[in-house]
Design a protein around this ligand. Sequence first.
Ligand code: ZN
Length: 204
Amino acid sequence: MKIICVGRNYVAHAKELNNEIPDEPVLFMKPDSALLRNNDPFYIPEWTNEVHHEIELIVRIKKLGKNIDKKFANRYYNEIGIGIDFTARDLQNKLKDKGLPWEKSKAFDFSAVICPEFVPVESLPDRNAIHFRLDINGKTVQEGNSALMIFSIENIISHVSKYFTLKIGDLIYTGTPSGVGPVKIGDRLEGFLEGHKKFDFLVK
Ligand code: ZN
């Protein structure tokens, strides 16, 4: 399986990092070795001093597809989850300045937190307006709603599948809302999807 991530998919987040609003989805990938499952603790790597949390909605692909038309894209997933796209912001800024690929800052081991259980799309109050949030040490730091995405889930699936064949089990991290910031040792991160807690783990 592969993990495809969308960058800059919420206007307020693109602005907080001084990025332009993209006219097509910004894509990058993480390898399967990036997954952090089962509420396992996250260990800050020794080579960075600034790891940011980015809470994101995750789509799990259920059907093989290539060049998927936007109007059929909703047939390619039926479960939604949440997770964190951990980003070594100090290293990412260095790589961006040099015009180099981001991989080391984005795709490192355990940088892709995934909630233990996904939710069927039919159980959501509105599949086009999915609410999610991240609390750190009991305080809400990021809140998002998929209705505010620059590129909808259907748009993303269609765009991604022009370049990469989607396979069963592939994951798409759909971008983070504003409010990103550093994590520190001892932090407790709790993620909520429509008010229900979906992950809960510690930073070590
Ligand atoms: Zn992200």
